[in-house]
Write a protein that binds this ligand. Structure first.
Ligand SMILES: N[C@@H](CCC(=O)N[C@@H](CS)C(=O)NCC(=O)O)C(=O)O
Length: 210
């Protein structure tokens, strides 16, 4: 099994490189420089019709997939790893994966736009997003109380959430105010697969530590 991975050094991209590293699947990286507009190239749109990274092509069957959550589920199902077979446990993973895809990631992405890159331009948006970032971290912190992972075992839900938390400085979250998130974040940062996947497609400064 070999996967062609189309990606860039962002939280959504890192979800997939971390997953591939964790499950030990061979992959070839194709950097799509989204700061240079490469996501709009017609060849890339055939693979990723929403013109966003990440996307994959599975060389076994030629299947192209966009959307990081769908890609994580595909890889989990194909490898039988990081997504439990038991129905209730599987849906618990799915619940937190959807929480990340539908709320945590999009909110933090907006927070980066307003709080980091355009500070001072839209005070209402900054206030609203700051509150929502705090609320979402509170949700995650309560979930991780007394748990090592978001669901029962290490899963694609953790892999989906962790790269977004690694941008905590960008969305101005103080991990010391969320001790359960901090413990989980630091523990996952020690995993070799997380470390290797973090530096795809190009080596980055070290993983930020609270
Ligand atoms: N829901 C999508 C979001 C993907 C996404 O927002 N990708 C960003 C980078 S993190 C991107 O490619 N942006 C380029 C653009 O919007 O033109 C997923 O989870 O895969």
């Amino acid at each position: 099994m070999t996967i062609d991975l189309y990606t860039w050094g962002t939280p959504n991209g890192r979800k997939v490189s971390i997953m591939l590293e964790e499950v030990g699947v061979a992959y070839e990286v194709h950097p799509i420089n989204i700061t240079q507009g490469e996501q709009h190239a017609p060849e890339f749109l055939k693979i990723s019709p929403n013109n966003k990274i990440p996307a994959i092509v599975d060389r076994d069957n030629g299947m192209a997939l966009m959307e990081s959550g769908a890609i994580l589920k595909y890889l989990a199902e194909k490898t039988g790893r990081l997504m439990p077979a038991d129905m209730a446990a599987r849906h618990r993973v799915s619940e937190w994966l959807m929480w990340q895809m539908g709320g945590f990631g999009p909110t933090l992405g907006q927070a980066h736009q307003y709080l980091k890159f355009n500070a001072g331009k839209a005070p209402f948006a900054e206030e609203r997003l700051t509150k929502e970032v705090q609320r979402l971290y509170g949700v995650l912190d309560r979930r991780l109380e007394g748990r090592d992972y978001v669901a029962d075992d290490y899963s694609i839900a953790d892999i989906a959430i962790w790269p977004w938390v690694s941008r905590f400085e960008w969305h101005q979250a103080d991990l010391n105010a969320f001790p359960n998130v901090k413990r989980w974040y630091v523990a996952l940062a020690e995993r070799p697969g997380v470390q290797r996947g973090y530096h795809v497609p190009t080596p980055q400064p070290e993983i930020p530590m609270p």
